[in-house]
Design a protein around this ligand. Sequence first.
Ligand code: ZN
Ligand code: ZN
Length: 174
Amino acid sequence: MPAQVGHVKSHTDGKGREVRTAGCKCQGVKFEILRSGDLASEGKWDAHHCFCSDCRLSLGHLLPSFVSVDDDHITWLEKGTLKTYDSNLEKGTQRLFCSKCGASVGKRLASGSKLDVNLGMIELDGESEEGGNGEGLAGVLKEWTVWNGPRFLEETKIGRLGDEILMGMKRDGF
Ligand SMILES: [Zn+2]
Ligand SMILES: [Zn+2]
């Protein structure tokens, strides 16, 4: 048996509910995400890739990935360095970032009461040498997220690459 290092790092809050911790490198921004109460989705949150140029340029990735969590399922533990700015392309969208370490935390759409959390903010334990479906990043993705279609795919100029990535994820069971 591999050591416990690979196990997905979720824990329970004061009320015995399953939560995960997320935050930036300097820990100036830190929060807990509570499991979704949606039984139809087995307690998972919706995740998506956003191919809009605002996400690409503000994050500097070709493939920005978010998990959309209801505001009332987020508990802020630290936000002394949290700042926001208005996004251009997605009208009314506010982007959240850490003003100390520069981490991009997520975005909040004008329309809703959800925070789109950058997936990379979620704390991980890493995977054991053997790897495993329930471990590390794959564990977060499989146990906590349901993947929806990408946003703004038509706007991107990476069309075929986007298709390939999505097909690859589907093949791996996401
Ligand atoms: Zn920070
Ligand atoms: Zn976007």
